[in-house]
Design a protein around this ligand. Structure first.
Ligand SMILES: [Zn+2]
Ligand SMILES: [Zn+2]
Length: 233
């Protein structure tokens, strides 16, 4: 159970074409699987408990576990993690304890697992790009990538593809992203113009959630913001 390999459904997520970054969709799915596993079958497994005691969780994933998991098992996991922290606190000199807390703040069992699996996702992605003509076409039909995943496509593309093939690949994703960024810029431009009295009576067009969509593209996270409540603007 501890190191189960995911069937990576690249075709499914690239086939959705729902206006969201397909890699973000896969990441969300992996994240949900990890949260389900850690609050379920993996919870009591000693080898995993050793890892969660050491690595802990980030605030976001502690929150997900507390929301999804049963109260007592999640509390037991937090208790044994706290015990590890306390024993380090007792025995470490301040310089060492400072470094330990710093690394703990930047560590998370679930983030590590998701990132590890995302590496496989990108390796599979470029494997399919090279060998599967249908998938290559599907990849070229996307309309949006978030910037963090655009960075990863460049990073892993240079790693897995020949120089020549990488340039072809970059040409494809460059055109997709250029169109996407230009549309976002148009939308946010219109959003700002709507505050000018001369445009007050005109339609919002597609701009109502332009700031939120821009943040999602920049960070990969759609912010709660005003949740479309435009009376508060
Ligand atoms: Zn993304
Ligand atoms: Zn995390």
């Amino acid at each position: 159970m501890s190191e189960h390999i995911y069937e990576i459904p690249l075709n499914d997520y690239f086939g959705k074409k729902n206006g969201e970054c397909p890699f973000c969709g896969i990441r969300k799915m992996l994240e949900n699987n990890e949260i389900e596993a850690i609050t379920g079958a993996s919870m009591m497994e000693p080898s995993i408990r050793i890892k969660t005691n050491e690595q802990g969780f980030c605030a976001k994933h502690f929150d997900s576990m507390l929301k999804v998991g049963k109260k007592l098992p999640v509390a037991l996991m937090i208790q044994s993690h706290m015990e590890t922290i306390y024993s380090n606190f007792e025995r470490m000199k301040p310089e060492k304890f400072e470094k330990y807390i710093f690394s703990l703040q930047n560590d998370c069992y679930i983030c590590r697992r998701v990132e590890y699996n995302m590496e496989n996702v990108f390796s599979n992605f470029f494997d399919m790009w090279e060998k599967d003509a249908k998938f290559k076409q599907l990849a070229g039909e996307q309309s949006v990538f978030c910037l963090p995943d655009f960075q990863k496509m460049i990073f892993y593309g240079q790693k897995y593809l020949s120089k020549k093939e990488f340039l072809t690949f970059y040409g494809v994703i460059y055109e997709i992203q250029k169109k996407h960024l230009e549309e976002l810029l148009d939308d946010i431009d219109w959003f700002c113009k709507k505050f000018d009295y001369r445009f007050r009576e005109e339609s919002w067009k597609n701009s109502k959630d332009a700031p939120e969509r821009a943040v999602r593209t920049i960070t990969s996270v759609y912010p709660e913001g005003k949740n479309g409540n435009f009376d508060k603007i």
